[in-house]
Each structure stands twice: as structure tokens, then as C-alpha cells.
Design a protein around this ligand. Structure first.
Ligand SMILES: Cc1cc2nc3c(=O)[nH]c(=O)nc-3n(C[C@H](O)[C@H](O)[C@H](O)COP(=O)(O)OP(=O)(O)OC[C@H]3O[C@@H](n4cnc5c(N)ncnc54)[C@H](O)[C@@H]3O)c2cc1C
Length: 500
């Protein structure tokens, strides 16, 4: 029977981060991935040679020495990840359809604040106060310093109030409220559920500067794969844990893998959706309260996505990527309500890819979506869906294409759709329970599944643990690695890598 120090379940960005951190600190690691390849949401797919991104399009965190910069430095892969920033002046454009109003937001917290003040002159004080509050949260959040992270940092006052509560106390202007909360759709929890602190922690990266990465998520996967070669990391794809065996004194002795092999490990860390973790844990060793708590986590929104490209557009070699958020109603809570049936929000992201030495404008559109929309076909799998589902998908994709041509009339004749994905597509490709994009909704007062589990050698990390998105996913892995490794060893390692 093979013995490992650490077994990591899930080969997405969280699992790869953990594998590298633990192996670099001398641990023998086995990384288990259910899919045929590692990468999870980072994986790209190709249509007619054009690369499209699945679950990683853009992120904040590339300006200055931020947490993302530090994490990539510690992992030794910073030089392999090359950010391409959105246009500084018009980093994100918000089209408020009902008001017939377009807001163009620049990069930079101060610049953002000034632009919002100019758009909402009567609400200057509210805008200023909002950005001051964001700054305060960032300054007071210890986990943004990799040397100070911990599983249970002292919460801030802003961790206990919802974003909506703060917005209501600042302004009654609904368009301003929507403009300040629209990034909720980029992390999946509604303004009336998310804490102001978590909203600030995610949004600050978008305010500072939004960037995509050259070669998208594939750049991360390649960098991790290459770094893995220098350490004792064994990767097994198409493999998961079938059963936990020999449980004594709240410790799991052996693990039966889906391949039929049995292995042992000092610890096993899950980086998958909490509901998928429940499918593996031995129910009888957990209290009903624990089980009910985890089972009750609600899922974030997902997206119905359309992947396309612009034919015959002459592109400047350095044309910047761009992001436009179409907001049909100035009410983000309503737009993110699973029961809402009116016109949906739409984010349209444009980037440039080199395909056979020719620059191609790639366009991805995401419409927030919930599993209810496709629940009727939940028992079907990729490749063998019923006809009615195919009709639904085709009609839905075509209505999104019409909207794209409507808001970007310059592409009326040149936009071509190459593929589309519903929540069912994402569920089956990413092995999540329901295709949600950001794992669970991280609500005020909720006690997420994070760190040590009631079985002593089992841990949980991943994007549902601390913060969603790839940044939050990686951060969760640093926190868990710190609690597994000797803290002195972790601190020395991180400090040394950051000084190099
Ligand atoms: C449509 C969409 C768009 C997104 N856009 C962005 C974006 O632009 N920016 C951003 O920061 N984030 C974005 N996200 C979120 C981002 O993809 C995630 O935050 C990130 O990929 C989470 O990484 P992870 O490692 O925690 O999980 P995942 O990437 O989901 O990896 C988990 C891995 O575990 C595997 N797995 C599942 N169950 C098992 C099992 N039982 N045994 C073994 N392996 C298992 C899965 O196959 C998967 O490879 C988007 C997500 C979606 C779906």
C-alpha cells in the first residue's frame, strides 16, 4: 500500500496550489482529479483552433505587490503568468438599459471614486464614504498578508453587515447602488446576503485593475505542471476517493481509490464543492448538525455562456481586452434572484488571441443563471441530452447572440458563435453538483467548510472556503497549508520566497 503525507482531492487551482506548497515543504503528495486532466475551471477549450476560457476570464490582483502577486511569487510561477490589463480609462463599462445610461469606469481606486462622483454629483459624499470603507476593510484584513494569514482571523465589523445594508445607509440612488454592487455577479452572492467586508475584498481587485492572463488558465496549468516536476507530486487523473477505511479515534487510516488501489496519508485535503465532499465523507462519523449545516449551503449563480469571435476585424496587435456589463434593471438583488424571470444581466468580455499567427477577437458573454433553469434535464449527461434540452440551449444561445449584436452594433454582421454552455454543461465538465460558478453563496454569519474537519486528518479548502474566484481559491490553500505545516516552517518558507 502506497503511503503519502498529503492526499489532495481536486486538481483545480486550489488543489494545484496546495500540492505545490506542501511538496515544496518536503511532503510527499498525491493529487487526485476526477476529470481526465488537471486544471478544473482554469482549463481552456478549442473550437476551430480558437481558444476559449471556461472558468477563468479575468481577475483583479495584478497591480503592485498584492496577495495574488505574492502567492505566485511564493509558488515560483509569477514569471509564467503574464497579465494583460483592460484599457485603463474604460476598464469596465456598465450599460444601465432601463435608464439608457452608460457608465465607463476606469482602473484605479481613486480614479474609480472620482468617476463615480462625477456621474453622481448629488451623491458625492456617499461615493467617497463607500470607497473609504473599502480601503478600511483591505487595510484591516490580515489574510491579505501571506505571513499573517490564519484559519480564524478576527472578524471586522464589516464582516457582520450586508453590502445592501451599507448601501442603504449611504444612498437611496438605486442606479448608484447597482453600480457599486454589480460585481456581486462576479462572485455569486447577492448584495442582501454578502458581507460588506467580503464584497470589498473581492471588488477591490476589480477597482484597482482588471486583467486577463496571456494564454488564459492554460498558462497557470502549464506553470504548475512544470513546477510539479521539481517536487514529489504524483498526479492521478480519472481518480477519486471511493471509501474512507479504518477510522479510529476520529482519524482515517486508509483510503480506497476509485481505481481499486488503497493508500494511506497523514492528511487528506478536499478542494471540491462542499456538497461533493459530503458524498465522500463517512456519514456515521459526523454529527447531524455538521451534515445539515454543510448540506444547507446554497449555491452561487452560474452562467449561461456564449463563446464567439469576430470575423474580419482588423486588430491592432495590442488591442486591449474589454468588459461590458449590461444591467437591464438597477436592482442587483432582483437580477440575482433565482426566481427572477425578466430580462437578464449580461457581461460581455472581449479579448484577443493569436490563432495561426493571426489576431482574433474572441468574445465571451455570460448571463447569470441558476440550476432551476435546467433542472428538468438534470439526469442527462454531456453527449446524450434529450432533444428538448438542445432546443432550449439553441434558443437561449441565439437570444444572447441577438443581444450582443444589439448592444455592439459594430459586430452586427461579423459576430459568430462557436459554442454555448449551460449550467448542465458546467456541472458535467467541472464535476460540481449544479454548475454554479463560485461554489457556495458566502452569506453573512455563515460558517463555511474550511480548515480541519471533524475527522482529525481531513481538511477542506477551495473557493467555497474563504473567498470565491481563483484568487480566493488560492488563498484558501495558503491558509490550509499553513495550518498543516509547522507554522514556523511555513513563515520561514513564505518570507524567504518573498525576499528572493
Ligand atoms: C463560467 C465561469 C466563469 C468564471 N469566471 C471567473 C473569472 O473570470 N475569474 C475568476 O477568478 N473566477 C472565475 N470563475 C470561478 C473560478 O473558475 C473558480 O473560482 C476556480 O476555478 C475554483 O478553483 P477550485 O480549484 O477551487 O475549483 P475547480 O476549478 O472547480 O477545481 C475542482 C477540481 O476538482 C475536481 N473534482 C470534483 N470532484 C472531485 C472528486 N470527487 N474527486 C477528485 N476530483 C474532483 C474537478 O474535476 C475539478 O477539476 C468562473 C467560473 C465559471 C464556472
Amino acid at each position: 500500500m502506497k503511503q503519502y503525507n498529503s492526499i489532495i482531492v481536486g486538481g483545480g487551482v486550489s488543489g494545484m496550489t496546495l500540492a505545490l506548497l506542501l511538496a515544496a515543504n518536503g511532503r510527499k503528495v498525491l493529487l487526485l482529479e476526477k476529470a481526465p486532466t488537471i486544471g478544473g475551471g482554469l482549463c481552456r477549450f478549442y473550437k476551430k483552433g480558437i481558444p476559449f476560457d471556461t472558468g477563468f476570464h479575468f481577475t483583479g490582483g495584478f497591480v503592485g505587490t498584492t496577495t495574488l502577486h505574492d502567492m505566485l511569487t511564493v509558488l515560483g510561477i509569477r514569471d509564467s503568468i503574464r497579465p494583460i490589463f483592460l484599457d485603463r480609462e474604460n476598464s469596465n463599462q456598465f450599460l444601465f438599459e432601463e435608464e439608457g445610461r452608460m457608465l465607463s469606469v476606469p482602473a484605479g481606486r481613486e480614479q474609480c471614486c472620482a468617476r463615480f462622483e462625477s456621474y453622481f454629483p448629488a451623491e458625492r459624499a456617499a461615493v467617497k464614504r463607500y470607497f473609504q470603507m473599502v480601503d478600511r476593510v483591505i487595510e484591516a484584513t490580515p489574510s491579505f498578508d501571506l505571513r499573517k494569514i490564519s484559519i480564524s482571523p478576527d472578524p471586522l465589523d464589516e464582516d457582520h453587515v450586508t453590502l445592501q445594508h451599507v448601501l442603504d445607509s449611504l444612498t437611496q440612488d438605486k442606479t448608484l447602488q447597482a453600480a457599486l454592487s454589480v460585481y456581486c455577479m462576479c462572485y455569486g452572492t447577492r448584495p442582501n446576503e454578502v458581507s460588506f467586508a467580503n464584497h470589498a475584498r473581492v471588488s477591490v481587485g476589480f477597482y484597482d485593475a482588471i486583467a486577463r492572463v496571456e494564454e488564459g488558465g492554460d498558462a497557470f496549468i502549464r506553470a504548475f505542471r512544470s513546477a510539479f516536476k521539481q517536487h514529489s507530486i504524483e498526479v492521478r487523473c480519472n481518480t477519486t476517493i471511493k471509501e474512507c477505511l479504518d477510522i479510529r479515534d476520529r482519524k482515517v487510516g486508509r483510503l480506497l481509490l476509485s481505481s481499486g488501489e488503497e493508500v494511506t496519508a497523514d492528511e487528506c485535503i478536499f478542494t471540491i464543492h462542499p456538497h461533493e465532499i459530503l458524498k465522500i465523507l463517512p456519514r456515521q462519523h459526523f454529527s447531524k448538525a455538521f451534515w445539515d449545516r454543510v448540506a444547507s449551503f446554497g449555491s452561487s449563480n452560474g452562467f449561461f455562456s456564449v463563446f464567439g469571435a469576430i470575423d474580419s476585424v482588423e486588430l491592432a496587435a495590442d488591442a486591449a481586452p474589454s468588459l461590458m456589463s449590461v444591467v437591464p434593471r438597477a436592482d442587483v438583488n432582483l437580477l440575482m434572484d433565482p426566481e427572477y424571470v425578466g430580462p437578464q444581466a449580461l457581461a460581455i468580455f472581449q479579448s484577443q488571441e493569436l490563432v495561426r499567427d493571426k489576431a482574433v477577437r474572441v468574445l465571451t458573454a455570460f448571463e447569470p443563471s441558476y440550476f432551476q433553469q435546467v433542472a428538468f434535464w438534470k439526469d442527462s449527461r454531456v453527449g446524450c441530452r434529450p432533444e428538448a434540452y438542445s432546443v432550449y440551449k439553441e434558443l437561449h444561445a441565439s437570444s444572447i447572440c441577438d443581444r450582443i449584436r444589439q448592444v455592439l452594433p459594430e459586430y452586427k454582421d461579423s459576430f459568430k458563435m462557436y459554442d454555448a454552455a449551460s449550467m448542465l454543461t458546467f456541472r458535467d465538465y467541472l464535476s460540481t453538483p449544479d454548475g454554479s460558478a463560485y461554489g457556495i453563496r458566502q452569506k453573512v454569519g455563515q460558517f463555511n467548510l474550511f480548515g480541519k474537519l471533524p475527522l482529525r486528518n481531513f481538511y477542506a479548502a477551495g473557493q467555497s472556503a474563504v473567498l470565491p474566484g481563483i484568487l480566493g481559491a488560492m488563498l484558501s490553500s495558503f491558509v490550509v497549508a499553513r495550518s498543516i505545516l509547522d507554522q514556523q516552517q511555513y513563515n520561514t518558507y513564505v518570507s524567504k520566497r518573498l525576499c528572493n
